[in-house]
Design a protein around this ligand. Structure first.
Ligand code: NAI
Length: 293
């Protein structure tokens, strides 16, 4: 018996890296999986069928159930096609893992409009489109659901040279926070994953060694994702999980009041605000670096 027997999942960008591991583990736990992947290069150029096909073969060889889908998450019809593939092959949809992604890193002063747009398009609009079609189907089924947005510490904390990527990833966290509230009455949970793993996307950002390959194996991220998709996680929504190697962390919010006066009094002066800032600035939480989470 798997924890997801009878469930149906879509994983976008599941032809390699993290998405592939999520798809394999979802299938191992009994879910039928639509393995979506455009099959292009790391920067989003090109396309092909072999990446998605390879993962489907692997799932089937292990006794699981899966179907390939080659659409781009940036295309509305293709996003609708992913849900159609789930319904045609498996009759329903319970789980969406928004995982597809590309990189076009550049320091902001050198970034082109095309680099900005391509990254926002795949990560933010891509997750929006897939979620839009899945959401409608989940509401029609009336049995709840599970949605994961793959964000990044780049967006939640900050990372040099990734303004486009960070903006898209922070956008996904905002999308999640609002959708989680809207999903509560339908039993649909929506959570954020900020992963850390060695993949095609990060291979030139991490040291090349067997030790890194072992420590940052993308398969180490998937158990948290799969658990969030089980009935056991019905109450977990609106949360941000950082999962890097074998460390699982919750990234939560803290509100620090700097100064306050009665709301019926007039506004602060600029000088008063400046004084309050100077008096408290040394006690503010320090800015984190992505690797610290
Ligand atoms: P990856 O490059 O191995 O996987 C991304 C997959 O998305 C690829 O298989 C690619 O073909 C697919 N894809 C790209 N554009 C697509 C499109 N338009 N439609 C459908 N599929 C498309 O990289 P990785 O590391 O597995 O990344 C997975 C997700 O995790 C991404 O959203 C990435 O931004 C995020 N992430 C990864 C981190 C890491 O340490 N590996 C850190 C933070 C976030």
């Amino acid at each position: 018996m798997g924890k997801l027997d009878g469930k149906v999942a879509i994983v976008t960008g599941a032809g390699g890296g993290l998405g592939k591991e999520h798809a394999l583990l979802l299938a191992k736990e009994g879910a039928s999986v639509v393995v979506n992947d455009l099959g292009g290069a790391r920067d989003g150029t090109g396309s092909g069928t072999s990446m998605a096909d390879g993962v489907v073969e692997e799932i089937k060889a292990a006794g699981g159930s899966a179907v390939a889908n080659y659409g781009s998450v940036t295309d509305d019809d293709a996003a609708a096609g992913m849900v159609k593939a789930a319904l045609d092959n498996f009759g329903r949809i319970d789980i969406l893992i928004n995982n597809a992604g590309i990189l076009r890193d550049r320091s902001f002063k050198n970034m082109t409009d095309a680099e900005w747009d391509a990254v926002i398009e795949v990560h933010l609009r891509g997750a929006y489109l897939a979620t839009k079609h899945v959401w409608a189907q989940m509401l029609e089924q009336g049995e709840g659901g599970r949605i994961i947005m793959t964000s990044s510490t780049s967006g939640l904390i900050g990372n040099f040279g990734q303004t486009n990527y960070g903006a898209a990833k922070a956008g996904l966290a905002g999308f999640m926070r609002v959708l989680a509230l809207e999903g509560m009455k339908y039993g649909i949970t929506v959570n954020v994953l900020a992963p850390g793993a060695l993949s095609r996307m990060t291979e030139d950002l991490m040291p090349e060694s067997d030790e890194t390959a072992e420590r940052m194996d993308p398969a180490k991220v998937s158990p948290t994702v799969v658990w969030l998709c089980t009935p056991d996680a019905a109450k977990v929504t609106g949360r941000q999980f950082c999962v890097s190697g074998n460390r699982v962390s919750l990234l939560s919010w803290q509100v620090d009041t700097i100064t306050e006066k009665d709301s019926m009094e007039g506004p602060w002066t600029v000088e008063e605000i400046g004084e309050a800032m100077e008096n408290s600035i040394d006690s503010w939480p320090k800015l984190l670096k992505p690797m610290e989470v």
